[in-house]
Structures are given as structure tokens and as C-alpha cells.
Design a binder for this molecule. Sequence first.
Ligand code: PLP
Length: 374
Amino acid sequence: MKLETLLIHAGAEVDSATGAVAPPIHLSTTFEHAPDNREPLHDHIYIRESNPTQTRLEAALAASEGGETALFFASGLGASAAVLQSLPAGSHVLLPNDVYHGVREIGRDFVPRWGGSVATVEMGDLAAVRAALTPETRLIWAETPSNPLLEVLDLTALAEIAHGHGAMLVVDNTFATPILQRPLELGADIVLHSATKYMGGHSDVLGGALVLKERGSTYDALLHIRSVLGAAGSPFNAWLVLRGLRSMACRVERHAANALAVAEALTGHPKLETVHYPGLPEHPGHTIARRQMRAFGGMLSLSVRGGREQAVAVASRVRIFTNATSLGGVESLIEHRASSEGPTSTTPQNLLRVSVGLEHVDDLIADLEQALAG
Ligand SMILES: *Cc1c(COP(=O)(O)O)cnc(C)c1O
């Protein structure tokens, strides 16, 4: 079955109890025990461990990435933390230079407390990746295209390096979505999503997802972490993400088409140093992106000539875009990324991150042009 069809139907089977065509939502926190209290009478016991709405979503998440199983979390960072917490004590982790700011913060502020260590590496340079491996390296963490610089990493090559070293490859696929990039098929072991972004798709739900190639001991460890450390999602959020997944294929295609048109229209603009978008032939990751992506996604960033002040001024002048953080919703957003990341940000001060929405692309281009004109 094709992905577009799977996404409409996975986890959205007609409800056998009522015949409801749209997936029902079950908010119950607790489920009836068996009289002898040995085996569960139904499939669920307590909401933090599992619940019916989340089970539907997890079936759809697994189908979306072609994995054997999936886990829904309270947030993308909750899912990220669980992956890092699942490693044996003493594990070493490689992070790319450009990685979601919150993941860098977990690596800096928490992994050492959990008994692990983290190194950041220019992950586009495969020799540098090999050189950064230590006997304790258990995990290579890739994010491609990356937030916020839109760097592209070669997932096939990274999977080979990781597996040759007995390590796992985890891929944050939030920007690309399973519509445009299939990390498990390229060799990854776990795919991570901030479901808050394109999966939810409407800027109204927080959630995170892990999709695993295999249902093995890593799955057991992650499930235990979610149950006991408590970053479980809510049924209502699971229901909203399931609803979002069903229209994701169409949305993402339009997001990507709009972003490509915006990137092409702004290329060479006198107020810009660079338009960072993997769909542009001059982007350093273009060749790899063409090989491993179906299209180049709805995210881009702009290096504004001048510095912080000039960039902030551009973001303040938009009329159709909203100057706000986050991404992947139907509405277009723009933000001065370093301000959102705060004092420890490594993002260039002249960078604006742009989430291209589903408005008509002519209106979006006109809005950015008037904002740049000042
Ligand atoms: C937003 C984001 C996250 C974090 O997800 P939350 O749902 O906000 O916790 C992780 N990775 C990427 C690439 C993101 O954009």
C-alpha cells in the first residue's frame, strides 16, 4: 500500500464498539482489572503506561515510517531525553554541530549527570565522524535537514559508520517528515519526531514520537522510561496528532512546493547573504538531499546582510507571516532564531528561520519582499 493511503487508514479503523468512522477519543485514566488481578482484562491498565487513543496513534506512527513499533511521548524533547536515558551508563554520544537547541541542552546539562558523555562533530564530514568515535560511542544522533541551518547529512553513510562501530543511528526527521525522507529505509534504528510540528500540523498540539525499526530490548527500555519517568502524552494530544497524520501527505507536499518557490524568489536578494534551502542547487547538501529526500521540505532560513538588528527588523515588518517560534503549522512563521535559543545559542545572529505555510505562495513572497525592503 502507498504511504498516502496508509496514513489515512492506519490507526483509524472503524470503531468496533460503535461503528464510528472518525477515531474515538478515550480520556479514561484507568481500565478495569480482571477479577483475579493476574492478566489485564482489557489491553490497558493505567493511562501513563498505555491507553486506547495512543495505541491507535502508535500504529499510525509505525506505519508512517515503516517501523515495527512506535512510542508517543508528551513532547519531542521528552522523546529525545528518553533515547538518551535508555543508553547504558558510560555511553558516549555524537551530536551534529547544528542540532535542535533543546537536544544540545540535554546533552550539555543532563547526559553527564546520567553518567554519559557527548561530543559535537561536523557530521557532514564523515572522516571527522569516524575520528570522533570512542570505544564507548553507543549512539550517533543525526538531524537532517537541521534546525535551524538546514544542513543535510548523509544517512546511509552515517548508518554504516554507526553499525560498523556497534552503535545506533537515531534520526530526528521532524523537518523532512516521513513523506519526504525515510530514515529507517536508509539504515537508521530509531526515527524521532517533534509531533508538535508537521504531524500535528496546526500549531495546537504538543507531542513527540519515536519509531523503531525493531521491537527489541531498546523498545522495552524506552517503554519503561516513559512509564516510570512520566513523559507520557495525553490521549487528547494523541488524538490530535492522529488527526494531523491523516492529512500530512497533502500538507507536506504543498509546504515543500511553497518553500521551494519562496527560496527561489529570494535567491540573490540584495538584503540577503544566503538563502539556506536544500532544494537550491547551490546548497552544499543539495546532491545528498536529492538522493535521500522526495522533496526538500517547508523550512528555510535566511542570513540577512548586516547583523542582529537588521534581521530582527525584517521579522518585525511581516504582515502575513507571524513573528513567532515553532514550525510546521498551516500558517507561515518567521523568527530571529538566536533570540529564541537564548544566551547559549550557537546560531548566527543574522539568521531568520522561516516556516513556510499553506497560504498562496504569491502572498508569502510579496510579504517577505516588503519586509526585506524595509
Ligand atoms: C521542535 C523540535 C524538537 C522538540 O520538540 P518539542 O515537541 O517542542 O519538544 C526537536 N527537534 C526538532 C527538529 C524540532 O524542530
